[in-house]
Design a protein around this ligand. Structure first.
Ligand SMILES: [Ca+2]
Ligand SMILES: [Ca+2]
Length: 243
């Protein structure tokens, strides 16, 4: 029992310290597009209400600065429409609180490869979500003429692009696709957290297109309560049938 308590404390205390340091410095929705064939991360877009061009953050411990203006003045919405490396068409949106929620983000994109086709990584992160945690999920659907993988992450340190907990990695080949990845979290987790989605597209040549919509959410307590009631109802009806 003593061992268990100390193990829980070891997890909770660093998270609390991270939260205290991260809450003031990092609190932005950020959309990232990166052609892996070009040096560095190509496009980093911060929601205009969160700082816009010049905003600094870290992605996988690498310091980066927002270098593309948010195309939409609404808070909670980022739009992007520009070439990225060898990808000639990239029309992408990130949607988050206060537009949708209370604890959800949506990453939507149409991408066409040019002569430099290869691998394109899209990431969307946002912080300061507060809904009680009991797990999270990523729903995705779309069409691709290449290959696509998708995964969502939740970080109880509330750090942008934090990857403490993750959903299943979803993998799709050419054609229409849809799926849901689910992620578990440590039940001891409390306080503000960040949500991040990462989608990777691979095309084998120019003129190929992929489009997708990925929705990452922590279920609302009311939905969880209904699920609980549903399970209770099933158990109750089984009991009634037995008696
Ligand atoms: Ca690059
Ligand atoms: Ca905006």
């Amino acid at each position: 029992m003593k061992l268990l308590t100390s193990a829980v404390l070891q997890r909770v205390v660093p998270a609390a310290i991270l939260l205290a340091t991260a809450a003031s410095a990092n609190a932005a929705m950020i959309l990232v597009l990166d052609d892996t064939a070009t040096p560095d991360i190509d496009a980093i877009v911060v929601d205009n209400v969160d700082g816009g061009i010049g905003y600094s953050t870290t992605i996988d411990s690498v310091a980066v600065t927002a270098n593309v203006a948010d195309g939409n003045a609404l808070g909670g919405l980022i739009t992007f429409d520009a070439p990225v490396g060898g990808w000639i068409v990239n029309i992408s949106t990130g949607v988050s609180s206060p537009i949708i929620g209370p604890s959800a983000t949506d990453l939507n994109s149409v991408n066409v490869s040019g002569p430099g086709a290869g691998t394109l990584i899209l990431m969307l992160t946002d912080t300061d979500f507060l809904l009680p945690l009991a797990g999270f999920k990523q729903d995705i659907g779309g069409t691709t003429q290449g290959e696509l993988t998708a995964q969502a992450f939740l970080d109880p340190g509330n750090v942008e692009f934090g990857k403490t907990f993750m959903t299943d990695l979803l993998e799709f080949g050419p054609g229409p696709f849809s799926g849901t990845g689910r992620g578990a979290i440590d039940p001891a987790t409390t306080g503000a957290y960040s949500l991040t989605q990462i989608v990777t597209i691979k095309h084998s040549g120019p003129g190929k297109i992929t489009s997708f919509d990925a929705y990452d959410a922590v279920p609302e307590p009311s939905a969880l309560a209904l699920m609980g009631l549903g399970l209770f109802g099933i158990g109750y009806s089984k009991l009634r049938k037995r008696s």
